[in-house]
Design a protein around this ligand. Structure first.
Ligand code: WTA
Length: 632
């Protein structure tokens, strides 16, 4: 029996769950009425498995719903309170934001961007990032934001795949006091591109940049831009954005999200999970380059006309108290962060948060990885002073918004440290076995989802087949999430990590296949296998096993250095392995499959278990010898 915490807000609303269970389609139809539609839908759901269209016939605009709808009552209310890493700060009210978005929408139009065009955005965490996204949404262009930690090569792949004719970037961004020269990375990414027609460059750090014929400065373009631009009336399933994410095979996939369903999902979950009130100050620490930033920094808070904090830099810069400083300074009421960040803060010691006034806090959230119960309790006690519910939210880039979470804005249920509690109303989650049969309670299985939900992605950009194969073909009638989970006797979900070859390093999603193909493309490498091993702060870290070609004469130190550089260059620093082991063979089954489980156990110094399916049983001793001989 795990401990329970009877803490929550609001009242239990069993009616809403009953309604959702009896007819999820009309339930979501009711929720969608919370948004402003230009014209109402004629059909709530068109479900031709596995393709779902929500609110067919309805027309809507994401920028209109996040900005225009608040102009009567909240035009002077701060929408974004931004703090730069270097101490700069800016406040943008709902009226400021609308003006900037309309101006930038006109800039995009002047560069011939029209409905359906893709626009790549590679910006630091500055207000111009949501401004650019909302300007795209205003004219029906599809934004594709790339996290500013990705390399030139990763950007090139994404631009080629999405065929973006416009790229928006900055001269640089601050991270740990250093300037990351984003424009230089873009120059490298598009140097041979005949797809990109224009690059828009925001001057954030004022470092020296070279300008070419394609380049335009943000300020020059905005100077004379007209500050009014009507929001396009878009079909509900008009694509809002592409966000690339790692999977089990090949290059990252372009997850494509629509508009009406996605916004409905966000509006409802933000209200239910965070119990948002007009007086709240919301702070989500996610970078907008990831889905949490898209959904719960940009769209959900603005749909509700909330005031939010946006922070540019590292959470522990210039010192370990930066986060608590921000919380105290802006009297943050709702704080949403990751288990990795919390584990880091916990290591810094209790004295730091204890020396700040965090009494404004009333709700705490977490996302991105399983949260260890000790960390949950620390968060609850030290940060929330025992009075704030912890909202452990499970979801994915593909789901668009939360699917499992406590919902204090809707109901009060006891919390259990480490469990996301129940699914949101209107979503049907099962834990199933290999054959697709639901497993009994307290049994580990695969988390799978029956029935579409409104935030569900439309497809993978340009690849309907892959969409079907990756997510919908493993089990009939189920969306396959790739996660292990179990349901306890109270029906609470416990997430138990990935069931596939996707790693979660510091909450970032990394595909082993992508990393392995990068390593193997080094001309001295014959084969490689990558796995994750547990880490105190990052949840897991990457370990790579590398088999070299026969004739390699270069020293291992040099090779290691070259491989690390290659990974940083081809993918980005987030994919850097903590350890590279050079081994003579990889453990394989008789059918030739690499036994990652075994590599994981070896790297982790654990019992290796059953190895009877190994093709060559000497391989284990060989690998252990390489590790002992420090062949890394
Ligand atoms: C993991 C992030 C446990 C999970 C929003 C999922 C979690 C993957 C949780 C998606 C949580 C996310 N507890 N695990 N509360 N939230 N995950 O696409 O493995 O970056 O499949 O979306 O993160 O990662 P993604």
């Amino acid at each position: 029996m795990s401990e329970t915490y009877d803490i929550g807000l609001g009242n239990y609303d069993s009616e809403i769950r009953k309604k959702a269970d009896s007819d999820f389609v009309s339930f979501w139809g009711e929720q969608a009425k919370n948004l402003t539609w230009f014209s109402s839908w004629t059909k709530t759901l068109d479900w031709k498995p596995p393709f779902a269209k929500w609110f067919v016939g309805g027309t809507i605009n994401a920028s209109y719903n996040t900005l225009d709808v608040h102009q009567n009552s909240k035009s002077d209310k701060p929408a974004i309170i931004w703090e730069g890493e270097n101490g700069d700060s800016r406040i943008l009210t709902y009226s400021d934001l609308l003006i900037q978005v309309q101006k930038f929408a006109n800039v995009l139009k002047s560069l011939n961007v029209t409905k359906g065009d893709r626009v790549t955005i590679y910006l630091p965490m500055v207000p111009e990032l949501p401004i650019a996204m909302l300007a795209c949404a205003r004219i029906g262009a599809i934004h594709t934001v790339i996290f500013s930690g990705f390399s030139a090569m990763s950007i090139k792949d994404r631009i080629n795949d999405s065929k973006s004719k416009i790229v928006i970037t900055a001269d640089g961004g601050y991270r740990r006091g250093k300037i990351i020269k984003l424009k230089e990375i873009i120059d490298e990414a598009i140097k041979d591109s005949d797809i990109v027609e224009h690059v828009i460059v925001l001057e954030r750090t004022k470092n020296k940049i070279s300008m070419s014929a394609k380049d335009n400065l943000w300020t020059d373009l905005m100077k004379d831009a007209f500050d009014s631009c009507d929001a396009e009336k878009l079909e509900s399933s008009h694509p809002l954005y592409i966000l690339y994410t790692s999977g089990t095979t090949g290059k990252p996939k372009g997850v494509l999200h629509g508009t009406g369903g996605y916004l409905t999902h966000l509006h409802s979950t933000f209200k239910w999970a965070f119990d948002i009130k007009d007086s709240d100050v919301f702070f989500c620490t996610a970078d907008i380059g990831w889905v949490t930033g898209h959904s719960y920094v940009v769209y959900a808070p603005l749909l509700h006309g909330a005031t939010e904090i946006m922070y540019e830099g590292a959470p522990d810069y210039p010192d370990q108290s930066r986060m608590w400083n921000i919380l105290q300074k802006y009297k943050v009421t709702i704080f949403y962060t990751t288990p990795t960040a919390l584990r880091m803060f916990m290591k810094f010691g209790d004295d730091i948060p204890n020396s700040f006034d965090l009494s404004s806090l009333r709700l705490l959230g977490t996302v991105g990885e399983p949260i260890n119960p000790e960390v949950w309790k620390w968060y609850f006690k030290i940060i929330g002073k025992g009075k704030c519910p912890i909202i452990d939210t499970w979801w994915q880039t593909e789901t668009g918004g939360m699917l499992i979470s406590p919902l204090p804005g809707l109901e009060t249920i006891p919390l259990k440290p480490g469990s996301g509690t129940l699914s949101i109303p209107g979503v049907n989650i099962d834990i199933i076995d290999e054959n697709g049969t639901p497993v009994p309670s307290n049994t580990k299985g695969y988390l799978a989802i029956k029935n579409p939900w409104p935030g569900m992605f439309l497809t993978l950009w340009g690849d309907d087949e892959k969409y079907k194969n990756v997510y919908w073909s493993k089990y009939a009638n189920y969306y396959y999430s790739g996660d292990y989970a179990l349901k306890d006797d109270d029906g609470y979900f416990w997430l138990l990590g990935r069931a596939d070859d996707v790693l979660k390093v510091a909450g970032h999603r990394i595909g082993t296949a992508e990393l392995e193909s990068c390593i193997v493309s080094h001309n001295h490498v014959a084969e490689s296998a990558v796995c994750g091993i547990p880490d105190d702060v990052k949840g897991e870290v990457i370990v790579a096993f590398v088999v070299l070609n026969h004739k390699v004469t270069v020293g291992l130190d040099i090779l290691k250095h070259e491989l690390l550089n290659k990974i940083r260059k081809d993918i980005g620093a987030i994919a850097t392995p903590k350890q590279i082991y050079f081994v003579s063979k990889l453990p394989k089954t008789r059918s030739g499959k690499i036994m990652r489980r075994l590599l994981k156990s070896i790297a982790n110094n654990e019992q290796i278990g059953d190895v009877s399916t190994l093709e060559d049983s000497t391989v284990v001793a060989d690998i252990q010898k390489s590790i002992d001989n420090k062949h890394y």
